[in-house]
Design a protein around this ligand. Sequence first.
Ligand code: AMP
Length: 279
Amino acid sequence: MQVFTSLKAFLDFRKDYLAKTGFVPTMGALHAGHLSLVKQALEENEQVIVSIFVNPAQFGPSEDFNKYPRTPENDLEKLKDLSKVIVLMPPKEEVYLQHPYFSISCGSLGNVLCGKTRPDHFNGVCLIVNKLFNLIGPCNAYFGRKDFQQTVILNRMVKELNLPINLIVCPTVREADGLALSSRNIYLNQEERKQAIGLFETLKLMKSSASIGNPVPELVKSGKEYFKRFPALKLDYLEIVNKEDLSTPDLIFSENNPVVAIAAYCGSTRLIDNIDLFG
Ligand code: AMP
């Protein structure tokens, strides 16, 4: 018999019996960013479940739920030769009951950065990811670093609610010029596409000019100044935050794992990106 009187020790023990199943949740319109998650999951698991589900709960009333790109045939074509992949693409009527009583809130973590312009977005993300985790069962779940705030919130959700999930964050896949791949990039016209590199260019500039001990507002100010070189882009936010709790430090220190996060409108398309200031 084995007895655990500490949760920490039990969770370490639990890690060993979590199934060797990988899970990659997506909203479809698959691109090389999604496929990099699938590839890593295949390398680390016996089977990989890829869900394709455009989640209504994470879109605001004036957002692009109806016009969000849906390309199921193309998506299946991209996955069809992967024998260990199982695709789950349920209709929304099966995923959401008609008169729900329950909800989930990620509290103030969902009110900062993207949450300022997308209220309830992260509550909707937490709800669907929770539902999918329950449907799939214990697994290794893969998420992209491109959606930085999402990874922070989901990591916290897994920890705080003791979900039987091992969450793995994978690097952002970029176009050759640095633009982070996104299903929404297809909305960009030629000129917008050219200027869309302004997000990553600004992040790189800030990373290269960051010095330990400098005030955060100064670095943010210089980033905003540089961003003006891309007049087709309208800045939503440019912030430096701690990786664990998304709070803003006063001074730059490598111990807070500072991350620069940016969101901007390129025409009517909202793009996001982020970079570690160190490492
Ligand atoms: P989505 O279909 O946009 O909800 O994305 C599904 C998953 O793919 C999320 O975990 C995203 O963070 C991840 N993802 C999207 N774009 C990229 C990218 N360019 N590089 C790496 N992962 C990505």
